[in-house]
Every structure is written in structure tokens, then in C-alpha cells.
Design a protein. Structure first.
Length: 92
């Protein structure tokens, strides 16, 4: 599953149309549609991603919260910041 697919499924689960979601997220519907379709990568701004996660009713610490951020990192083709904060990963 891609970041865009995950977000689209969650957005529909919380019953937000693309336009409603984008109005609340203060983002452009055309660009967000491209993210959901996998044409553009996930936004890189952590604060913005956290606000999107809250709109999607993801709860910090739950599996879907981590999935959301992991998929965002994958779509950006970078290693998630949490990996660098894990001493077990860094020491190996």
C-alpha cells in the first residue's frame, strides 16, 4: 500500500470528501489528489503531516499512526526520523 492509498482510504473512512479534507488541511485539492494517486510524494513537513494525521483521526502511538508516517517516508524515499532516534538501530 502506498501513502496516497492509505490516506485516501482513511479520508473516506472519516467521511471527508477531497475538497472538505483539503479545506480543513489548508492544502490545494489538485496537489493533494496527485498525492493520493501517487503522482507526488507525501509532504515533507512533519507538522503538516501531524495535522493531516489528526484530520484522519489517527491516534499517536497506534499502529496506523506509525504506518502513516512510515508510508510518508517511503514515498519521499527517505529513512523515517524515528529510525535515527532508535539507539538499537544506530549501534548496529
Amino acid at each position: 500500500m502506498t501513502f496516497g492509498e492509505f490516506v485516501r482510504i482513511r479520508r473516506l473512512d472519516v467521511e471527508l470528501s477531497l475538497r472538505e479534507f483539503c479545506t480543513q488541511a489548508e492544502t490545494d485539492p489538485s496537489n493533494w489528489s496527485k498525492i493520493e494517486r501517487g503522482i507526488l510524494p507525501a509532504p515533507a513537513n512533519r507538522e503538516f503531516l501531524e495535522s493531516v494525521a489528526k484530520l484522519l483521526k489517527l491516534k499517536k502511538g497506534e499502529k496506523d499512526w506509525y504506518t502513516f508516517f512510515d508510508l510518508a517516508s517511503l514515498s519521499q524515499q527517505k529513512i523515517h526520523d524515528d529510525v535515527f532516534e532508535n539507539e538499537n538501530v544506530i549501534s548496529t
